[in-house]
Design a protein around this ligand. Sequence first.
Ligand code: ASP
Length: 355
Amino acid sequence: MQVVSLIVSLYIMSPHILIIYTGGTIGMKQDPQSGALVPFNFWQITEEVPELKRFDYQLDALSFTPLVDSSDIRPDFWIQLAQTIKQHYDTYDGFVVLMGTDTMAYTASALSFMLEDLEKPVVFTGSQLPIGMLRTDGKENFISAVEMAAAKGPDGRPQVPEVCIFFENQLFRGNRTTKYSAEQFNAFRSPNFPPLAEAGIRIKYNNGFIRYPETWGKPLKIHTSLCCDLAIIKLFPGIQEKTVKGILAIPGLRAVILETYGSGNAPTLPWLIQALKNAIEGGILVCNVSQCHAGSVAMETYATGILLKHAGVLGGHDITTESAVAKIILLTGQYNDNKIINEKFDTNIRGEISI
Ligand code: ASP
């Protein structure tokens, strides 16, 4: 009797992890006819990683249908993912999302904004080489992601209750990441924020940088009203008036991300500043995000930035383009009042900016 109750309590104590497989290189194999990489059934993935059985965790898996290359992911996929996590939230201690790397930084950013009062880890990972290949990076990424999703701190609470990306040997805050390399196993960078954990011989958690809830025990809320009436204008020397004005004249446009130079600078061309000013006065949000991966937008540093500020352009601080896209899609989906959106865009909501 005693033994049984001990077994039961150990069983209850062991972390319960849900693996959500959505597609991507990690689960692909070569199509014998075309030679192209195409997704295969998830159950083959678990066969490829028998090491997972050595964890004393309860692992469950579910697979999206159809499986997708992440280049095909659209915001309705984000909604499906957020709803899946919400549906299973109370049953599991952590979630591992396997997906393609190409749009992983966008998806992790979006999920970070969609999941409010998240108290459990949601760890995204994938791979550069399919998991069935000899030199695959997928196995280690997968195994470490599961371990991090299951990790508890000394107080028994989840070690990293955030939306994260684990790749190669680092765990990053999802909304701080960008896909940096199409070639290296070390594919992601978080240029403006330190890793939340590093996997070496041991996994070292950087507790000082992890966001923990101020009070635990709040129910998870999900935000699924999204609006994609957004455009990105990337400045380059020689950008033409007709291009900028053409974009700003798109019917229904709610927001523009202006990818500027350096610390948020743009050419002093009068037509450009006037076009932005007119757009802003006409109700379009214009957000300044630097083309530089590291550092921050500071429009007051140079005359070329001050003009933008005076035109009403919003500073994006050190946000990544991926995170800015996700944040604007969420904010314009949730609010009609530009004053509220301006305020929220300028606020650190999920650790996406350093202020
Ligand atoms: N094209 C693939 C995808 O994003 C690449 C990858 O998985 O890394 O789904």
